[in-house]
Design a protein around this ligand. Sequence first.
Ligand code: DX5
Ligand code: ZN
Length: 218
Amino acid sequence: MVNAHPPLLAPSLLAGDHGAFRESLKKVEALGLQWIHLDIMDGHFVPNLSFGPQVLAALRPRSQLFFDTHLMLDNPHRYIEPFAKAGANLISIHVEPDYPIADTLRHIKTLGCQCGLALNPGTPAQALDPYLPHLDLVLVMSVQPGFGGQSFQSSALGKIHYFHTQRQQHGYSYRLEVDGGIDPDTAQLCLAQGADTFVAGTAFFGSTRGLAPWTPIS
Ligand code: DX5
Ligand code: ZN
């Protein structure tokens, strides 16, 4: 299957040592990777807290990595500006909460960032249809968001296939990212359905499997 973008790995900082974020970034950079995935949680949309824009701002001057910022917030529209100013390169928001999604996507672009839209395992793929022409990234959650270390849900595969087909049929240009329970094996399953961007937390920072298994998608 032909993918629209070269595959890349986006390690999730959430799974790294929270007392040593800079060291985690150095590890990612030393491997020649270009993206870092930043999970932002509000304790409402998801039952967990992580970190905020101050952390991005502190890391930004020390890293050239592409900050792939995943907002798991009930009110993401209130926080676009702080994350853009802090140095996010791409900001993904979720489709599930009730807020002005199209306006928020436009706001992200206005501030010079790429925009993404995410959906949970229980949300039908078609919920993203109205927004697809405007997206730089579609983020398919393959676990219920909130925590790292969960098992990959194979229901994500059908959605990846759907978004890849839509991309081909309509000439959309978004990257197709999958997030949750990704390891070298599940990444291959997603790659076969058209995913090109792979978030890995536990399998990257918490694994001794090393990088060799990632070679096919790095
Ligand atoms: C889950 C986060 C994921 C998480 C992935 O809410 O969005 O990015 O860090 O972690 P693993 O790879 O451990 O499932
Ligand atoms: Zn994430």
